[in-house]
Design a protein around this ligand. Sequence first.
Ligand SMILES: NC(=O)c1ccc[n+]([C@@H]2O[C@H](COP(=O)([O-])OP(=O)(O)OC[C@H]3O[C@@H](n4cnc5c(N)ncnc54)[C@H](O)[C@@H]3O)[C@@H](O)[C@H]2O)c1
Length: 199
Amino acid sequence: MRILVTGGAGFIGSHTVDALVASGAGEVSVLDNFSAGKRHQVNPKATLYEIDLRDAAAVASVVEKARPEIIVHLAAQMDVRRSVADPAFDAQVNVVGFLNLIESARKHGLKRVVFSSTGGAIYGEQDEFPCTEDHPKRPVSPYGVAKLATEAYLFFYKVEYGIDYLALRFGNVYGPRQDPHGEAGVISIFCGKILDGQH
Ligand SMILES: NC(=O)c1ccc[n+]([C@@H]2O[C@H](COP(=O)([O-])OP(=O)(O)OC[C@H]3O[C@@H](n4cnc5c(N)ncnc54)[C@H](O)[C@@H]3O)[C@@H](O)[C@H]2O)c1
């Protein structure tokens, strides 16, 4: 099986790549522009492509080489505040970047996409707690809008081209390799303070 992990140098992506390589899942490739990801986190057994998702020609060239049957799409502009300050940049990475990828991959045997959506930003102001998956989706940030749009595009690609998909609406993920100062770093910040004896 040929698997391409976008954002494979990042926090969640690097663990995903490690797990895929360890499982012997097949040929694993990583696409990342290192805007947030770290070179030393890229599993040496994966083939690395250092490009930006916004560069449609570069994305097409990577897809032609890697010919992924599965894409785990984790790369993103994930700063909610930046998405509010610059919605166009957010959409270029999170919407157009995704379209660059899937438009190319669908012509080269793509079967399935696993997508990192968001639990924290897709529902907006909640009517009820805890929030279920069926809660109305009313995102109040361009980041949330882009994640919701990507889920809708994935539905389109399933209906039109039979590409299966799974959209995972992550909450605040935490663990080793996380940037504690980044978006969704709350658990990491609390843990750091507890370890420092601060309460
Ligand atoms: N961490 C969380 O709690 C959380 C919560 C909800 C959703 N998510 C989603 O999960 C995914 C992974 O998050 P993470 O915490 O591992 O973040 P991360 O910043 O560690 O990883 C994102 C990766 O994408 C890469 N990237 C960014 N822009 C790119 C571009 N234009 N072209 C190519 N690569 C690019 C970065 O260099 C980085 O390696 C993201 O899609 C994020 O929106 C994360």
